[in-house]
Design a protein around this ligand. Structure first.
Ligand code: OXD
Ligand code: MN
Length: 600
């Protein structure tokens, strides 16, 4: 390697670190990413020649490419993901923990010489608008062109971030190498006390695009507690009322609950006549701060969407269908003969044939040796696409101040227990509602169908420290606000006794959000129940929607005996945190239990 490489920065800490990491990884060359179109085109050209990317039909999908990952590298590998704090207790029962010295030693052995014969790209990037008080700068070193091209979509990468590093010394040090893409030599390590991430052996987005889950959630959540703000796994959307006034909400859902679809929904016909419009600020991550006015403000730190392809179609998400027509990188989907792409649940008929996500010839109706359909696209196939492509992108995504949050919405997938919507009694109770969030497994997931999995605030795989401290931090944040957002819980997935969904979901969800905003603006009263406030049916607008007879009653039904049973599971979950669980949550559990018993 050319050891005399001239780095385009005067930041000594940055130069020293790049040199030190290069001595470990031993790349043939080092290239700094400047964010220019020219450099991007050059990288695309190289990626096409190495086979990392396949060019798609440029007439139908301009600026779009296809990438295939290794077959065993198709999702986040949570069992290989670690939080490496000095004290194990600080990582908490919610994380895998490794001592920092052990983690560095193990990973160094894999990183050693891993970039021989390759280029090390240095990507300076900003999460959040460059220079905003919300924003954080990171620098990712990687030997993957696919990672560089995705980071250019997902973050604000290049010159402006580099210029910011002339003014500040603190940045998240992100080291990534594909190495051998060997699952046995794969580690995703976070060192929150050193603002450092080391990821090796994977090229999958969630493991390799280090600005996303690793920085914006795991490392950011740790920093946020120290700096007294919130880094959350939440969408941010604006709802414009007919008079032009826009209210913003932030919402957290576990995977497979339609977070991206909700973030950019089109109003249903019946409400469209009222003049509502939805504005998308973000679909996955929210960074939120208490402003001088005592309210909560939020930005989306990302600049793109990393969406799941299967199931994306004009019914579920017409805006996303529009968004991914240009400048998009598709990963692990079917390549059609005409150079376009397809996945299960895409618009229209399945094509007769194509090349599947593994690069093998595929034919419609194909089955494997066990008679099971051969999937054209991997169930976790993805697209990476700029947020600016989206027809509903909020004009405030680049505003340094972010958007004011009126409501925080938690959600889960529960067949029988949880009503369509309820409002927490106050902030402390709302934190309890978030901390007890859970979803049932669907047939699409491994394990027992219907089994309840706890996923507090949808942050279980993403909280970079002990969640007991995290709950306490949430409680403290509430005390710092003079006008905290109201907290709600929604469940789009309630079923009748025959296993039929009671609520149509998708765009109709706006009717629930309308009620939520009416509550925030004190426009409607509500029914107080043991679990919180639920709507009076007359306060929800069902224009143009005909629910089956009795459906609304079932959607809003609360069965005390079922909730008391649920609380047993909650208690078991809380006990995992031992003395680190804030006493306020035990108090909320007891109060809820008493209210339910009084209601029996
Ligand atoms: C994601 C996830 O990819 O939550 O956003 O897994
Ligand atoms: Mn996510």
């Amino acid at each position: 390697m050319n050891t005399e490489i001239k780095h385009p920065t005067s930041n000594k800490k940055l130069k020293d670190w790049v040199n030190k990491m290069a001595r470990i990884c031993k790349p043939d060359d080092i290239v700094w990413i400047d964010g220019s179109e020219k450099q991007k085109n050059q990288l695309e050209k190289e990626a096409l020649s190495t086979g990392e990317l396949i060019q798609l039909n440029q007439e139908k999908l301009p600026g779009c490419f296809l990438h295939r990952t290794a077959i065993n590298d198709v999702a986040r590998t949570e069992h290989l993901t670690y939080i490496c704090t000095r004290k194990k207790r600080d990582a908490g029962p919610n994380n895998n923990w490794m001592a920092p010295a052990t983690a560095y030693r193990k990973a160094k052995a894999i990183f050693d010489g891993a970039m021989r014969g390759r280029t090390m790209y240095v990507i300076p990037f900003s999460m959040g608008p460059v220079g905003s008080q919300f924003s954080k700068i990171g620098v990712e070193l990687t030997d993957s062109r696919y990672v560089v091209l995705n980071m250019l979509i997902m973050t604000r990468a290049g010159e402006p971030a580099l210029r910011q590093l002339e003014k500040q010394d603190h940045f998240t040090k992100c080291l990534h190498s594909k190495a051998e893409l060997d699952i046995n030599k794969r580690l995703i390590l976070h060192f929150p006390e050193e603002n450092t991430i080391w990821s090796v052996g994977s090229g999958y987005g969630g493991n390799a695009l280090l600005g996303k889950k690793c920085l914006s959630l795991r490392i950011a959540s740790f920093i946020a507690r120290k700096e007294r703000w919130l880094a959350e796994h939440m969408l941010i959307m604006g709802i414009e009322e007919p008079n032009g006034h826009i209210e913003y909400i932030a919402a957290a859902f576990p995977s497979a609950c339609g977070k991206t679809n909700l973030a950019m929904l089109l109003p249903p016909e019946g409400l469209k006549v009222k003049g509502y419009r939805i504005w998308t600020v973000g679909d996955d991550i929210a960074w939120m701060r208490v402003d001088s006015d005592g309210t909560l403000w939020a930005v989306n730190p990302e600049a793109g969407f990393f969406g799941v392809a299967p199931g994306t179609n004009s019914h579920a998400n017409p805006n996303m269908v529009e968004t991914i027509k240009k400048n998009t990188i598709y990963t692990n989907v079917l390549l059609k003969k005409d150079g376009t792409v397809w996945w299960e649940g895409a618009d229209g008929e399945a094509p007769e044939e194509g090349i599947d996500w593994q690069g093998k010839p595929w034919k419609k109706g194909m089955v494997d040796a066990n008679g099971k359909p051969v999937l054209a696209a991997h169930p976790n196939s993805r697209f990476t696409t700029p947020i600016s492509n989206c027809p509903t992108t909020s004009f405030r995504v680049e505003q340094h101040h972010g958007v004011p949050i009126s409501a925080i919405v938690f959600g889960g997938r529960r067949q029988y227990l949880t009503p369509l919507v309820y409002e927490a009694l106050n902030w402390q109770h709302g934190v309890f509602v978030g901390a007890t969030m859970a979803s049932e497994r669907t047939a699409a997931q491994m394990g027992q169908v219907g089994e309840v999995r706890r996923d507090p605030m949808a942050m279980l795989p993403f909280c970079g420290y002990n969640m007991g401290y995290y709950f306490k931090h949430w409680l403290d944040m509430g005390k710092r606000m003079t006008k905290p957002p109201k907290i709600f819980h929604v469940n789009w997935f309630k079923m009748d006794e025959n296993g039929k969904f009671l609520w149509p979901g998708f765009k109709e969800n706006l009717r629930v959000i309308e009620w939520i905003l009416d509550r925030c603006n004190n426009k409607v009263d509500a029914v107080r129940t043991p679990i919180g406030f639920i709507p009076r049916p007359a306060d929800m607008d069902f224009t143009g929607l005909k629910l089956p007879e009795g459906a609304l009653e079932k959607l809003l039904e609360i069965k005390s005996e079922d909730w008391l049973e649920e609380l047993k599971g909650v208690g078991t979950f809380f006990k995992e945190f031992k003395r680190d669980l804030p006493k306020e949550l035990w108090i909320e559990l007891e109060k809820l239990s008493n209210r339910l018993k009084a209601n029996e």
